[in-house]
Write a protein that binds this ligand. Structure first.
Ligand code: SF4
Length: 201
């Protein structure tokens, strides 16, 4: 049989958090150029269904989840179960579903430092130079669209961040010898975290 299944992912997480810092800096810069901010917004974007596609962001989210007080973890797992039950009724038409992320409490993200890339860039208009699909454009959130006209030179270019995260992901997967596709909402990630606590005996 093969060697140890243990892998220290902390070096990959450090690299990911460096990319996250770059994203946050860019977001702040562009938001201030527009004069755009989230405070006072009644339309919380954490009620949009997003899928996440990388193991490294999954591990980051789990680190944030594991740092939460046990009671909050328990509550979040219950919320995640309800979330996925509802989500299952909207598979393939997720954009019709508005449902609050199980990690949002009183309008705030409980894993703010560990939140995934899409949670960081959502809100401002963006673009991505996709290697296969070509140039993709993203509108801002509803509040942004109501308040501002998109200026082409003031879009968050997601390309360097996606590229850097994809590079980290590739190395991580090689080290893990892992090749399955990953596509999960935050709620599904949390439920999987719980799954890992079970042992087959
Ligand atoms: S992880 Fe945090 S920022 Fe992202 S949707 Fe959930 S509560 Fe909102």
């Amino acid at each position: 049989m093969g060697g140890s299944l243990q892998l220290d992912v902390s070096k990959y997480l450090e690299e990911l958090f460096e990319v996250y810092r770059e994203i946050d800096t860019e977001y702040e810069k562009i938001a201030s150029e527009y004069g755009f901010g989230c405070s006072g917004c009644e339309d919380n974007c954490c009620n949009t269904v997003f899928y996440h596609y990388t193991l490294i962001e999954y591990f980051a989210l789990l680190e944030g989840f594991d740092n939460l007080p046990p009671e909050t973890q328990k509550k979040s797992i219950e919320r995640a179960r309800d979330y996925v039950q509802q989500l299952n009724r909207y598979r393939m038409r997720e954009e019709e579903l508005k449902i609050m992320c199980p990690l949002n409490y009183d309008g705030l993200c409980s894993v703010y430092e560990h939140r995934p890339l899409i949670c960081r860039v959502h809100g401002l208009p963006g673009m991505l130079q996709h290697p296969k699909k070509g140039k993709q454009l993203f509108s801002g959130c509803k509040r942004f669209e109501q308040q501002h006209k998109i200026l082409e030179e003031k879009r968050i270019d997601r390309t360097p961040y996606y590229t850097q995260i994809a590079t980290i992901e590739t190395r991580l997967r090689q080290d893990m010898d892992y090749m399955l596709k990953f596509r999960k909402t935050v709620a599904e990630m949390i439920l999987d975290r719980n799954l890992l606590s079970y042992r087959i005996i």
